[in-house]
Design a protein around this ligand. Sequence first.
Ligand code: CA
Length: 231
Amino acid sequence: MRKNILIIEDEERIRRYLELELSHEGFNVILAEDGEKGVELFRKNSCSLILLDLMLPKMDGRTVCKKIREESDIPVIVISAKDEISGKVQLLDLGADDYITKPFVIEELLARIRVIFRNKKEFGNKKILNFGKISLDLNLKIVYSNEKKISLTKTEYNLLYYFMINKNIVLSREKILENVWGYDYFGDGKIIDMYVKALRKKIDPTGKYIKTVRGFGYILKKGEENEKFKK
Ligand code: CA
C-alpha cells in the first residue's frame, strides 16, 4: 500500500519538486500550501509522514507541529531555511523527528525518510529506542542503561538520541554540531568531545558503544555481536 506523505510548504516550486520526487519514489503525496490547510489535511487523511516548512502563512510551522503532536505520533521532518531554525534541540522540543535545511538534495531527504520508516517499523508506536543495554523512552524522555534509570542533561539526551537514530553511521563533529546544537551555535567540535565523554561515562562506563573514529568523528556501534532491537 502506498504511504501518504503530507507536504506543508508554501513555496510552490519546492512543493512541486517534492511532489514529483516523492511520487516517483512510490509515495502518495498530499499538498498543503499553508499551516491551517496542513493541519486540516492532516486530520482528514491518514498519513505516514509529514514534511513541514517552518515559515508558513496563516499558521507557522512550529504551531502546526505542536497541534499535530497533541493528536498524533506521526513522524515530522521539518524543512526549513538555515536561519529559520535555532537547532535540533528546539525541534525535538516541538516534537519534530528530524530536520533538513534548504537547499537540500533529494537523496538526503529520502534517506532520512527511510530511516524514520525503518525506525517506526522496528520500534512500533511504543516510542522506545533500544541499543544494546541502553533504552530511550521518547515519550517520557527517560534513559535506561542496564535497566537502571540514568539522568542526562537535555543536551546529553539529544546527543544520545541523535546517535541512536543514526546507529552504525560515522557522524562527523560538524554533523553532530549542526543537528544537536544547531546552526546558531558558534563553537568548535571540542564541546562534542566533552559531551561524548560525559555521555559515555553515564550510559556505558566501558565506552564500548560510542566509539571514536579517528579523523572522522564518532559512531554508535556495538562490537561483534548482532544488534537486536526489542519491541
Ligand atoms: Ca516557507
